[in-house]
Design a binder for this molecule. Structure first.
Ligand SMILES: Cc1cc2nc3c(=O)[nH]c(=O)nc-3n(C[C@H](O)[C@H](O)[C@H](O)COP(=O)(O)O)c2cc1C
Length: 187
């Protein structure tokens, strides 16, 4: 089994990273990490969009700019870890999603215009932690679940989150430990 770990945890003392490590320890096989803080992937702009369109038109999938999409599409399981920022996640994760959402590698469209999966991924596990409550406004989990299931056609998407970690009177370590206990990867 090949697991891809997409690490969007910014702070060195990240609680989200602790949770992600707990998840990764429960998985068998090889783990490849993409550390988004180190990769510094830029958002698509006119220039890079035109370059990418030209490559895809020629079916030239060897270019450097398509490496993230190919790596993503080849994984069996993807673990994504991102703190809850501004009701979703850090922009570096959105940049990564732009880099992997490639028509012809991750997915394509049927003649009727519906998305068709081209990737190998069976399961996505999304891990996040939040300073306050997230009920009714967890656009991070919602967005990741939506794009993985509806566009990439990935059958199983699971979200794990620890919330209220920055609220006075709440014990962050205790909350994290409880969420870790509840993690069950047998879906
Ligand atoms: C830039 C930024 C934005 C944040 N936005 C939110 C937010 O919208 N809602 C919330 O409950 N907490 C928010 N927080 C608090 C984090 O979600 C919380 O501290 C989280 O546990 C950080 O994860 P980490 O320990 O992995 O860095 C924000 C923190 C930062 C630094």
């Amino acid at each position: 089994m090949k697991t891809l770990f997409v690490n969007a945890c910014v702070r060195p003392e990240s609680r989200t990273l602790k949770l992600a490590k707990h998840v990764l320890a429960k998985l068998d096989g090889e783990v490849q990490e993409v550390n988004l803080e180190k990769e510094n992937i830029q958002p698509l702009n006119l220039d890079t969009l035109m370059q990418r369109d030209a490559l895809l038109k020629e079916k030239n999938y060897d270019a450097e700019m398509l490496k993230y999409a190919k790596q993503f599409a080849a994984a069996d399981t993807v673990v994504i870890a991102a703190p809850f920022w501004d009701l979703s996640f850090p922009a570096m994760l959105k940049n990564y999603i732009e880099a992997v959402t490639v028509n012809g590698i991750t997915f394509t469209y049927s003649e009727e215009g519906f998305p068709v999966s081209l990737n190998n991924i069976k399961k996505v596990i999304y891990v996040t932690t939040a300073g306050g409550p997230t009920t009714g406004m967890d656009y991070g989990c919602e967005y990741i679940t939506g794009i993985c299931q509806k566009l990439y056609g990935i059958p199983e998407v699971k979200c794990y989150k620890a919330e209220m970690l920055d609220v006075i009177g709440f014990d962050a370590d205790e909350i994290l430990a409880k969420v870790m206990e509840e993690i069950d990867l047998t879906m």
